[in-house]
Each structure stands twice: as structure tokens, then as C-alpha cells.
Write a protein that binds this ligand. Structure first.
Ligand SMILES: C[S@@+](CC[C@H](N)C(=O)[O-])C[C@H]1O[C@@H](n2cnc3c(N)ncnc32)[C@H](O)[C@@H]1O
Length: 409
């Protein structure tokens, strides 16, 4: 193996692993091993920078520093102390350690976290008489340990803040989708920029904004910082070149139809502002990208050519007194879809398994996806021409289970 190739592990939401593996391939990375909830790959430090900048699906990219079998905390202390941390950061940097475990016999993860911190500080003190400080909230360096039954793996986080944060969102509003999940919905739906896209429950605009950045080929990480920028041997020149190339690759000429609407005018205003913050003002002004106020029960096609609806409507749990109204609203929404959106395909993300029944539609596909801790279904409905009948189920797919962002393998 090329000595410059380092082992990286990317944490990826469940069901999006294959989409991420395709991204790696497109970036020219060939040593890839897909796992449930993540993906290993071999690459150079430049590859790692390009993956952080360009991935739409991964939550975090970690550099594996070492792996060792252990019997107790003392073994892990010695293992962590033997690692040359001084090659990765300085004693003047702040750091944080996070530990996760799977079937580890160790009793206290807090104690283990403390011992790893001690090992790193003791190593620095021995070499330079100065030790780095801990910062729980905004550390310059993040270290992860994963312990299973017999082995401990140590990682340096190359991403810093989770990668779903594209750097443009100022106001979280009401439960927006994470941007990497929105990208995942678009990827799983098979949407491509040449197809009209409409989100009739757009909220803060996440799905449509993500689609617009895909369509104009804007790297998702162009406006944010990354953990690797704080590494000791960070190659700033290489990074500036990578970003320069990414800026040059943006293409505003694509012909697209990207629309979002919401019942709340206030929320629509926020979606427009978010699109500007995301650097998409040009397309808002051109009308290629638009947000407008509309009740989804009155939804109409946003282009002459049939396209895709990709959306996450409000959820109503069965035990929730609001559920009846959400259910009846969704029945009306479905009537409008069936009447007006002939030949469109609708993909809806919901935690409500009864949604197809409420809409009197049969799904042609469903994929299990976790929206945070909430187990959801991503339903596909083919809207046949003017039909009120149920479309025939052609096959049902349940792709995977639970997102476990914090579980490192
Ligand atoms: C789950 S949120 C969508 C969140 C969005 N994907 C985001 O990332 O911000 C559902 C949205 O549906 C809107 N909504 C509720 N009832 C509606 C209706 N009848 N027509 C259109 N929008 C509606 C709410 O205002 C809310 O913004």
C-alpha cells in the first residue's frame, strides 16, 4: 500500500452509504469498504480535504491513528500515551475526547475518557513541559475513541463541526432537515438537475436549496471551516488550490426548475433568505429557484414537464390529538396531487407509517431512514394521469435501519 495513503473512516447516515461510496469513486478514491453506517477509505491528506469539501452525505470524516487490543483502562492509557500526538497538534491547542463503545467490558466510559485525556496531556508534558487544555464546546482538535470487546481504535476528527452544517444556516427555525439527509433524499429519489423539482412543504427550504447547490455544482463545504485546518502540518497551499478549483467549477448556466412552497409566508421569507445565505441569490433573481406561499392542498405543477416532488410534510403521531387534522390534510393533498400532477413522481418522508392509507395511495417503494432519532419511511408514489385509483404496488423495499451517527466501527 502507498505509504501516503492513510486510513479514513466516514460516518454516514444509514441508507446513504452507497451514495457516499459513489461520491468517493467520483473523487477518484478507489480503496473503499462500505459498512452499515459508515465507510472506510484509503487516501492522501489531500483526498481527505476534497472529501470533506465535496461530500453531501457523510456526517464526519475521521483519520484512524491507531488500534490496539486491551484488557483494562491502563492498557488504553499506555496505548494513547505512545501515540505521537505532537505530530498532529501543539500544546497550545485545545482538544476534546469522545468515547463510544460497542460491547466493551469496561464499566465507565467517563473514566476511560479521562484516562485518554490524561495520556495525551502526560505525553505533551514529558516532551514539552506544556500540556494542551480541554475545551468541551469549541475545541480546535477532536479525538474519538471507539472500544469494542477487545480493541480500542483512536481517531482524529478531520471535519470539526458535523458536515451536515454547510455554513449558511443562521436560524434553525422549526426542525429543519439536516442538509446531508436532504441530499440523501434527493439521491435516493433519483432526482437529477434536468428534472423539475417541487417541495410543497418546504419549511426553511433545505431540500430545494440542497438541490440548487447540486445543480450549480457548488461544493457543499465551500463556506465553512474544517477540523483539518487546525492540524499541525496542514497544507494551506494545497487547500487554497482545492477551494479555488471548486469555485471555478460552479456553473450558473444550468437550466433548472427548483421550487418550494409553504403555508406560512414567514417561513417562505426565511427559505428565501436561506437561499441567499447559501450563495444562490443569482438563481432566485433569475427565477430558476423560487419559494412562494401556498397551501399544499392547492398545490399545482411548477413546470409543464412532469418532475419530482420531494418533501417532508408535518408528522402527526397517532396518539397526538393533532393527528386527525394532519391525516385529513394529507388526504386533501393527495387529492390535489392525483388531480393535477399527472405523471409526476412524489417522494414523501414521514414518521407516520399510515401515510399511504391516509392519502389513499399505494407506495411503489419505501426506504427506512432515520431523521435524528425518529424512524421514518421515505415513500415513493407514482402519480398516474388523472387517476383517483390506487397505484399498484410493484415491490416494497426496506433498505436499512437506524442511523447511528456516533457509533464508530
Ligand atoms: C416538517 S416541516 C418541513 C421542514 C423542511 N423540510 C425544512 O428542512 O425546513 C413541514 C412544513 O410544512 C408546513 N405546512 C404545514 N401545513 C401545510 C400546508 N397545508 N400546506 C403547506 N405547508 C404546510 C409547515 O409550515 C412546515 O414548514
Amino acid at each position: 500500500m502507498d505509504v501516503n495513503l492513510k486510513p479514513f473512516y466516514a460516518i454516514v447516515p444509514l441508507s446513504l452509504e452507497d451514495l457516499f461510496a459513489k461520491e468517493l469513486k467520483a473523487l477518484g478514491i478507489t480503496r473503499v469498504r462500505v459498512e452499515k453506517g459508515g465507510c472506510w477509505f484509503g487516501g492522501t491528506m489531500e483526498d481527505m480535504m476534497r472529501v470533506n469539501l465535496n461530500t453531501r452525505y457523510a456526517s464526519r470524516v475521521l483519520l484512524k491513528i491507531g488500534e490496539k487490543s486491551y484488557r483494562n483502562e491502563e492498557d488504553i492509557y499506555q496505548f494513547a500515551k505512545a501515540i505521537e500526538w505532537e505530530n498532529y497538534f501543539n500544546s497550545t491547542d485545545t482538544f476534546k475526547v469522545d468515547v463510544s463503545s460497542h460491547r466493551s467490558p469496561l464499566r465507565s466510559l467517563n473514566f476511560l475518557t479521562l484516562r485518554i485525556k490524561d495520556a495525551i496531556c502526560d505525553r505533551f508534558r514529558e516532551f514539552s513541559e506544556e500540556r494542551p487544555s480541554i475545551d468541551k464546546y469549541h475545541p480546535r482538535i477532536r479525538i474519538y475513541a471507539f472500544v469494542d470487546e477487545k480493541t480500542c481504535k483512536l481517531y482524529l476528527d478531520t471535519s470539526g463541526e458535523s458536515l451536515f452544517k454547510r455554513g449558511w444556516r443562521k436560524d434553525k427555525g422549526e426542525a429543519p432537515l439536516k442538509e446531508n439527509l436532504a441530499a440523501g433524499l434527493l439521491g435516493l429519489s433519483g432526482w437529477t438537475p434536468d428534472k423539475p423539482l417541487y417541495d410543497p412543504f418546504c419549511g426553511s427550504g433545505t431540500i430545494v436549496i440542497e438541490a440548487a447547490t447540486i445543480a450549480c455544482n457548488m461544493a457543499p463545504g465551500l463556506y465553512r471551516r474544517f477540523g483539518f485546518e487546525n492540524f499541525k502540518h496542514f497544507d494551506s497551499n494545497a487547500w487554497q488550490n482545492i477551494k479555488k478549483q471548486a469555485r471555478q467549477d460552479i456553473n450558473w448556466e444550468a437550466s433548472v426548475s427548483l421550487k418550494g412552497s409553504d403555508i406560512s409566508t414567514l417561513i417562505v421569507e426565511r427559505a428565501r433568505l436561506n437561499a441567499r445565505l447559501a450563495g444562490l441569490g443569482k438563481w432566485l433573481d433569475d427565477g430558476k429557484l423560487a419559494f412562494f406561499a401556498r397551501d399544499a392542498r392547492e398545490a399545482e405543477p411548477t413546470s409543464e414537464e412532469a418532475g419530482l416532488i420531494v418533501t417532508n410534510p408535518p408528522y402527526g403521531e397517532q396518539s397526538n390529538p393533532k393527528s386527525a387534522s394532519v391525516a385529513s390534510m394529507m388526504k386533501n393533498v393527495a387529492d390535489s396531487f392525483k388531480r393535477r400532477f399527472a405523471n409526476w413522481t412524489a417522494w414523501l418522508l414521514t414518521s407516520d407509517r399510515m401515510l399511504p392509507k391516509q392519502m389513499r395511495l399505494s407506495e411503489s417503494r419505501k426506504i427506512v431512514i432515520f431523521n435524528g432519532p425518529l424512524e421514518c419511511r421515505f415513500f415513493k408514489f407514482e402519480l398516474t394521469s388523472g387517476s383517483y385509483r390506487k397505484t399498484k404496488v410493484t415491490g416494497t423495499e426496506v433498505s436499512s435501519v437506524k442511523e447511528q451517527e456516533n457509533e464508530l466501527r
